[in-house]
Design a protein around this ligand. Structure first.
Ligand code: PSV
Ligand code: MN
Length: 427
């Protein structure tokens, strides 16, 4: 059955129960003086980009268990993202990794994307891997490298990524650097940062005037002693020195355990430098787990800051929302459906916060009242509200139910790869 028909069948099966749940929630929210239509309007504007690298099965250095029928090329990745967009209605854009998903002919890919009602978000450069036949190596870094030839090669690659993005109508580039060192003494910490800044300044000169450049920080991995852009402070220093259109990208998994990420968000908003997000979740490090699966309250608190900033007229605010996950065990399409539902729910809950009550609790140092205001919003079961949002926009009341009913995975399994276990060659 086509995904479209499966969605209709699934919605028909679920509609009565959904109507009851939604009307009950609506009356509860009405009682709390919440303008449900306003919440739905804002939710319907929410958009999060799907990364081109999340559709295949990820792996660890211990091996890979590919899902059957995973996409074999960028066109099939777009097909899968088209399915996601049909069901969840909040993912009209794709974030491409270059060269992993570099199209031979961008015009052909653009047409394919348009036929699926998809467009392009930030492009991502890759200076963390040597490509086959590459004349220089990133073994000891890319933009921070001691050898100017390696730096120039990396600069040229990032500029090329911008050029590819231009042909696709992207408006931003995300630069994540693996550069760092594994042992004390290996790298001159200040010089490496300076070289990185200078290289990014050269890249910025190549940036079209309507583009943004995002710098993405990460504390460790693959470098295990020092990373050049290891935290939001380093990222902010870079963005501030590079120029107005340089901003910081926050990947939720790129923080040491217990970091207060919502505070990082607030600081970057204040500095006018919050450029974008990579959503995922983690228990220990850069685990790339499904958004909201481990720390849903933290996700809500992040969205609370985002909504607070969006409602503040004094703040110039338009961050790009992207997913960055690697699905080792789950069916990637189902994991992404789950992810978008989690994001829609978190955003909806943040929109339910009684901002006047919260402000009064804060101004009067009424700790209990302020905290309870957030908890009341967080504890609201908004699933019927986001289901209604999807239904109204032509999507699925229950995306995973509809996806399974379509049999899409088994259809593509016969057309694409078999999904056999891939062992590591060495650890
Ligand atoms: C690095 O861990 C990262 O978060 C960067 O965003 C990369 O572009 C992405 O993952 C894919 O490797
Ligand atoms: Mn990331």
């Amino acid at each position: 059955m086509s995904v479209e028909s499966a969605k209709d069948v699934s919605n028909d099966q679920l509609i009565r129960r959904h109507e009851q749940d939604y009307q009950y929630l609506r009356s509860q929210l009405h009682y709390r003086r919440i303008d449900v239509d306003m919440v739905l309007d804002r939710l319907s504007e929410f958009s999060v980009a799907v990364p081109s690298w999340a559709l295949g099965t990820g792996g660890t250095r211990f091996g890979k268990y590919p899902v059957a029928g995973q996409p074999r090329n960028v066109f099939e990745k777009f097909d899968d993202i088209g399915v996601i967009q049909q069901l969840v209605t909040s993912t009209p854009l794709v974030s491409l990794h270059i060269p992993w998903d570099e199209p031979e002919d961008p015009e052909v890919l653009k047409k394919h994307a348009a036929s699926l009602n998809l467009g392009f978000d930030a492009v991502n450069s890759n200076t963390f891997q040597d490509q086959a036949g590459q004349p220089v190596s990133y073994r000891f870094g890319s933009l921070c490298h001691t050898d100017p030839k390696v730096r120039q090669f990396a600069i040229d690659h990032v500029r090329h990524t911008i050029d590819v993005g231009k042909t696709l109508d992207s408006k931003a580039i995300t630069v994540w650097l693996a550069d760092g060192s594994n042992y004390p003494g290996q790298m001159h910490l200040r010089k490496a940062f300076q070289r990185t800044l200078e290289a990014l300044q050269q890249i910025y000169e190549h940036l079209p005037s309507d583009w943004h450049l995002f710098t993405e920080h990460k504390p460790y991995e693959p470098a295990f002693y020092s990373t050049v852009v290891q935290d939001w402070g380093s990222s902010l220093l870079l963005a501030q020195q590079i120029g107005d259109r340089a901003k910081c990208l926050v990947d939720l998994g790129h923080h040491l355990p217990n970091t207060n990420i919502e505070l990082v968000v607030a600081r970057l908003v204040d500095a006018g430098k919050l450029g974008g997000f990579h959503f995922n979740d983690s228990k220990y490090g850069d685990d790339d787990l499904t958004t909201g699966s481990i720390k849903p309250y933290q996700l809500f608190l992040v969205f609370n800051e985002l909504v607070d900033a969006a409602l503040d007229d004094a703040v110039d605010f338009n961050p790009a929302y992207m997913i960055d996950q690697s699905h080792n065990i789950k069916d990637p399409i189902e994991a992404l459906l789950q992810t978008v539902e989690a994001l829609q729910q978190s955003y909806a809950k943040a929109l339910l916060v009684d901002r006047a009550l919260l402000a009064s609790g804060q101004e009067n140092n009424d700790v209990i009242m302020a905290e309870k205001t957030l908890q009341t919003a967080y504890e609201t079961d908004v699933r019927p509200l986001v289901a209604e949002l999807r239904r109204m926009k032509g999507g699925a009341i229950d995306p995973i139910h509809a996806f399974r009913a379509s049999g899409y995975r088994s259809t593509v399994s016969s057309a694409r790869d078999s999904g056999e276990y891939v062992p590591p060659q060495s650890l």
